[in-house]
Design a protein around this ligand. Structure first.
Ligand SMILES: Nc1ncnc2c1ncn2[C@@H]1O[C@H](COP(=O)(O)OP(=O)(O)OP(=O)(O)O)[C@@H](O)[C@H]1O
Length: 658
């Protein structure tokens, strides 16, 4: 109520000020009105009086009304009749309210502006300023796994000779394995192997045990350039540790993105594990499911808690692994001592049936409380021809023997991740559920270590020479033919962007080689054989082509990025990117098919003029632009090839028209 009274008081004040001003004006006006005798004007005057509310302002209004009445000569005893407001009057009402509002606001703001007494000491604040933008590298390191930040950087030039005799000289390899390595022509360990072997094969025999449920091993992530020997870095420790086993169980699982890689890694296991009694199996879907099942498990008839296995090592693709995990009775991953994910970044990008989460779940023991509550414990039926891993013992239908209260048994599975382009994605790394991981990054010391991995500045083999040839799109085939002949290329892989452009190029090259042979004197030129190698070909045909290429019966393989990862063909001297790769990872894996294991190699990229900016951008981003020099091919050099090239083009046109 008090506030209402205050409000009305304020209102009255404003109104009074307004009316006072009006009165002032009026003091002068009646005389003028009287002189003119204008009745309408007088009405105006009375109208003005009508602006005030009759109850409040009657006294103030009266003189004006009386004055008008005198002048018009009407009866003064009669009170003037109350009239209806005209439109003008209503307008003035609105004006009045507006004036009231404004004056009220003015009053309030003057109160605010009134000077306050200054405080004793004024606080001082820094002037507002924009903070410095964090550097790109600082941003890249944000949110990263601490283990990745603390990665061990390994110098790629380090080698460790493999000694004969009893002393392993720090290689940690048994005499038997060292002898086997020598037999296959390996006399020293490469950088990545010199660090990985002591880590995975420490002197402590407990750490080499098949099961380590109370002190499970640390997981490992490795980033090392293409062709630097990552495969042996996991094959050798697996052979060394599993060779001590007595019963065959599935103890090592190696997951790879393609069938070709599965075959390749199997060959490495077989070559180095020869005579060690380890059973190696593969699952890629190339054989029937039933056939694969019979090779993987020994007993399909009963439900064994410990699983059943015919093999010690399984090398597979993720899709087929899922099929066996769901559809093969007694196929169990509980005994795994090693889970290797090679080409890890590529496999982590494949969410196929959520394969990783399912594999990890299969290696983990189920929660204790859950299995202890199951009814199985109540109906004991001994004995059971079964053997479960130590971490899974509580799943057996026997009463749990209480041990030390804090005792917990963990899976002994050690995860090993490898790639030349290891992922930096924290989300993907988290999905691996790594246990106290240790990172190894193989790269030159002048680089920035883990920051390079994080910023996708991948290391390349030091023996690789890279060139780019910027040209018009229509000139690409001719330039490729020129490069092949000018540089005597006899072992090259050529990458295109699509199967269609592969087929076209192979045919054109065939016609060109034939025209060239016809031109030259008989026997003067050696025809170069080019073949397409794509995922469309049946598996056995692909295998046959690869064999011919390895035997150098085929000189150039034109392929898609299917082959760009991991494939190890030692004699590839040149890699040609006929179409620019879509990103730096693809580029790294393509060019990495040459310059392997310390050999020299050349990589050429044909860049169409309109793509040059984009391609250079990719290289610049990876801090690699200065490594890829420009190679210029002039008209003069191409001129001698033009007649045969035109003949070949004509024949290709005809072939497509048919
Ligand atoms: N210590 C060694 N001495 C000699 N040759 C070796 C040694 N280690 C590996 N190699 C050979 O080097 C080649 C490349 O090895 P590997 O295929 O393991 O490379 P990678 O690092 O896995 O490459 P990518 O990333 O392309 O898959 C193979 O032919 C392999 O036999």
């Amino acid at each position: 109520m008090a506030t209402a009274a205050e409000k009305s008081k304020e209102k009255t004040k404003a109104k009074q000020r307004y009316l006072r001003r009006k009165k002032e004006r009026r003091k002068h006006r009646p005389k003028t009105l009287a002189a003119s005798g204008d009745v309408t004007e007088s009405n105006d005057a009375s109208d003005e009086g009508g602006e005030a509310s009759p109850s409040q302002d009657e006294d103030l209004e009266k003189p004006a009304v009386q004055q008008v009445v005198i002048e018009t000569g009407e009866d003064t005893t009669k009170r003037p009749k109350k009239r209806k407001k005209t439109a003008n009057e209503e307008l003035e009402d609105v004006e009045m309210v507006a004036v009231e509002n404004i004056s009220r606001q003015l009053d309030e703001s003057t109160k605010l502006l009134e000077p306050h007494p200054p405080p004793d000491a004024l606080p001082s604040f820094p002037l507002p300023a924009l903070p410095d933008a964090p550097s790109k590298s600082a941003l890249a390191l944000q949110g990263l796994d601490k283990a990745l930040v603390d990665a061990e950087i390994v110098d790629p030039t380090i080698v460790l000779p493999i000694p004969d005799g009893e002393d392993d000289d720090g290689t940690m390899l048994s005499e038997r394995t060292r002898k086997r390595l020598k037999d296959v022509g390996i006399t020293e360990l490469f950088a990545v192997q010199t660090r990985l072997l002591p880590f995975l094969l420490p002197r402590d025999p407990f750490q080499k045990a098949l099961y380590q449920p109370y002190d499970p091993p640390r997981d490992v992530c490795v980033s090392a350039p293409t062709g630097s020997g990552k495969t042996l870095a996991y094959v050798l420790p697996i052979i060394e540790i599993l060779s001590s086993r007595i019963v065959t169980r599935l103890r090592a699982l190696i997951v790879l993105p393609t069938r070709d890689l599965v075959t390749q890694v199997r060959e490495t296991f077989e070559a180095l594990g020869k005579g060690r009694g380890l059973q190696i199996g593969t699952a890629t879907g190339q054989q029937s499911f039933a056939h694969e099942q019979s090779q993987l498990v020994a007993d399909k008839s009963s439900q064994l808690k410990g699983g059943s296995s015919r093999i010690d090592v399984l090398i597979c693709t993720p899709g087929r692994l899922m099929d066996h995990l769901h559809g093969t009775p007694n196929f169990s991953l509980q005994h795994l001592r090693f889970l290797v994910i090679d080409e890890a970044d590529r496999l982590l990008a494949q969410s196929f049936q959520d394969w990783l989460a399912q594999v990890l779940a299969a290696t983990r023991p189920p929660p204790r409380a859950l299995s202890e509550q199951t009814s199985e414990h109540k109906n004991l039926s001994l004995p059971i021809a079964d053997a479960v891993a130590p971490a899974f013992l509580h799943t057996l239908p026997y009463p749990v023997v209480p041990t030390f209260p804090t005792e917990s048994r963990d899976s002994s599975c050690q995860k090993l991740l490898f790639s030349a382009t290891l992922t930096r994605d924290p989300g993907k790394i988290a999905s691996l559920e790594l246990r106290n991981p240790k990172y190894f990054v193989v790269q030159e010391s002048k680089k920035e270590g883990v920051l390079d991995v994080v910023m996708e500045r991948f290391s390349m083999p030091s023996t690789l020479t890279e060139r780019m040839i910027v040209c018009e799109s229509s000139q690409k085939p001719l330039i490729f033919f020129h490069l092949v002949h000018a540089h005597n290329v006899t072992n090259a892989l050529l990458f295109t962007k699509s199967a269609e452009s592969t087929t076209r190029l192979v045919r054109l090259f065939d016609f060109f080689e034939k025209a060239r042979a016809q031109h030259a004197m008989a026997g003067a030129v050696q025809e170069i054989v080019v073949r397409a190698y794509s995922s469309d070909l049946p598996a056995n045909e692909r295998k046959a082509i690869l064999e011919k290429f390895k035997a150098q019966e085929i000189q150039i393989l034109v392929c898609s990025d299917l082959i760009s990862r991991g494939i190890d063909i030692s004699h590839v001297s040149h890699v040609v990117s006929y179409d620019v790769p879509v990103d730096m990872r693809k580029y790294v894996h393509r060019v990495g098919r040459t310059a392997r294991a310390g050999r020299a190699g050349d990589a050429w990229t044909l860049v169409e003029e309109q793509e040059a900016r984009y391609f250079k951008g990719i290289l610049r981003e990876a801090d690699h632009l200065d490594k890829v020099k420009r190679l210029r091919v002039g008209e003069k050099e191409l001129a001698p090839l033009i007649p045969d090239y035109e003949t070949a083009l004509g024949q290709l046109k005809e072939a497509y028209a048919r």
